[in-house]
Ligand binder design. Structure first.
Ligand SMILES: Cc1ncc(COP(=O)(O)O)c(C=O)c1O
Length: 346
């Protein structure tokens, strides 16, 4: 039986074209700055994100970590959402490795952080008791709020607020190309208000490994040194960067197909009485839902029963599930999946 893995777009496999590009990639020592394929990827990424420079890193987590460490000194504070990936799922790296204080404020259901909450979070720089506020982090798309694309207007207003108060703005744009496709705007436009942006090649864009941190030349030089410190200086990394170039050239526009598939899946789920969509799903490539109280299966039992039908999905917090559409979920998967739901839920 074929299995459809809806747990995450991180489960995508590299395309045939990526494997060919990897096999024939021209390489050099990237710690010396001599890998032509990495250099080409970094330049392309910076261009697409509208920033001066790019830095190829192992993961989104490393990109966010380097941005925070480059922007903030020890004891300074980064303000981020309670639903932010950097707060929830990056092992507390900014605090553990950078002594950066995490100050959380609520995410609104639409993924934004209210400017009023940012204002209330600001520290008084004259008060020796308080840490220095240095950075605001936003996430686009906001994963835990439903894969919500943040509007350009909102990002501009948050950046204007941060800059007015002497803070910087980092954008965790792990899925910024999903936001760009959903909003019909170039990623460079969505990233323009931010001082730095990380995006992932290894999610919906299907590359096997890697993310890129983009920002100005000063930031990227700092981040490059920090990357080395963390052991993230890779040598003939062109082998993996080659897949990243294919990802940027060929896999961005097709994200619209994933969004269409998520919409079809959601429409089908809506018609199954025992499934209740949550988080205003779908907004991009993610569908969140809860099961009706009449369903007696535990979460574990439901996940296992769906697995037996060839459908993998993810537990996304108390009583809630997440399904993500991506390149390796073909059109026919939606019908097969809906049939599995009907069978398991009876
Ligand atoms: C919004 C967001 N930011 C950052 C990351 C981290 O990316 P990585 O898994 O490459 O470290 C993820 C991963 O799922 C994510 O969803």
């Amino acid at each position: 039986m074929q299995t459809f893995d809806f747990r995450s777009d991180t489960t995508t496999h590299p395309t045939e074209k990526m494997r060919q590009a990897m096999a024939s990639a021209e390489v050099g020592d990237d710690v010396y700055g001599e890998d032509p394929t990495v250099n080409a990827l970094e330049q392309k990424a910076a261009r697409m994100l509208g920033k001066e420079r790019g830095l190829f890193v192992t993961s989104g987590t490393m990109g966010n970590l380097l941005a925070v460490l480059a922007h903030c000194a020890r004891g300074e504070e980064a303000i981020m959402g309670t639903q932010g990936h950097t707060f929830l799922h990056e092992a507390g790296g900014v605090s553990a490795l950078g002594s950066v204080v995490i100050h959380t404020v609520p995410n609104q259901p639409d993924g934004t952080i209210a400017l009023k909450d940012l204002e209330n979070a600001l520290r008084n720089p004259e008060d020796v008791h308080e840490p220095i506020s240095r950075l605001v982090i936003l996430e686009n798309t906001q994963n835990a709020c439903g894969g919500v694309p943040l509007s350009l207007e909102y990002t501009e207003s948050a950046a204007a607020f941060a800059h007015k108060h002497g803070l910087l703005l980092h954008l965790d744009g792990a899925r910024i190309f999903n936001a760009a496709v959903a909003l019909g705007l170039p990623a460079s436009k969505l990233a323009e208000p931010a001082d730095s942006v990380t995006f992932c090649l290894s999610k919906g864009l299907c590359a096997p490994v890697g993310s890129v941190l983009c920002g100005n030349a000063t930031l990227i030089s700092k981040a490059r040194r920090l990357r080395k410190m963390l052991g993230g200086g890779m040598r003939q990394a062109g082998i993996i960067a080659a897949a990243g170039i294919v990802a940027l050239d060929e896999m961005v526009d097709r994200l619209a197909e994933d969004h269409r598939r998520a919409a079809l899946l959601a429409e089908g789920l809506r018609s199954i009485g025992k499934v209740h969509l949550t988080k205003n799903s779908p907004q991009t490539n993610m569908v969140f839902f809860k099961l009706d109280e009449s369903v007696t299966l535990s979460m574990q039992e439901f996940l296992e029963a769906m697995k037996q039908e060839g459908v993998l999905l993810m537990d996304s917090g108390p009583g809630e599930y997440r399904m993500v559409t991506h390149h390796d979920i073909p059109g026919k998967a939606v019908d097969v999946t809906l049939a599995a739901f009907r069978k398991v839920l009876g």
